[in-house]
Design a protein around this ligand. Structure first.
Ligand code: DHK
Length: 145
């Protein structure tokens, strides 16, 4: 059976394509899910793609990933900069974790420069637009090889 990669998205990413397109681009989250699904199937992998505006729901998905996923790709969005709960949940996951940010957070406000998740991530992709998800998937596939 194909290994599954959980791709998790935090708050406001449901508005991708409509929200501040000059920062986050014109692609929607459905577009990202489609391109990741195609790339994953080329690599013999499966994806489970989720978005939530709620911190607890993201923690619950990471717990679910402990049983169901070989790797996690996560864009925690604003929770990147605030959430010890998401960091703790990721620390309880044994497989590779790749952190993604669509924008270059280091070119933006100072409060976006710190990530709680980076201390756990096996790789970080920043500022590559929505292509960052595909790059993360390629890296996760390599780590699972
Ligand atoms: C997305 C967000 O919603 C912001 O809160 C982060 C991240 C950056 C991104 O670039 O994907 O600061």
């Amino acid at each position: 059976m194909a290994k599954t990669i959980y791709i998790l998205n935090g708050p406001n990413l449901n508005l991708l394509g409509k929200r501040e397109p000059e920062i986050y681009g014109a692609e929607t989250l459905a577009d990202v899910e489609k391109s990741c699904g195609e790339l994953a199937s080329d690599k013999g992998l499966a994806i489970a793609f989720h978005q939530s505006n709620s911190e607890g729901a993201i923690v619950d998905l990471i717990h679910e990933a402990r049983e169901k996923a070989a790797a996690i790709i996560i864009n925690p969005a604003a929770y990147t900069h605030t959430s010890v709960a998401i960091l703790d949940a990721l620390n309880a996951f044994e497989g590779p974790v790749i952190e993604v940010h669509i924008s270059n957070v280091h070119k933006r406000e100072a409060f976006r420069h710190h990530s709680f998740v980076s201390g756990r991530a096996d790789g970080i992709i920043v500022g590559c637009g929505t292509q960052g998800y595909e790059l993360a998937l390629m890296r996760a596939a390599k780590l699972l090889d």
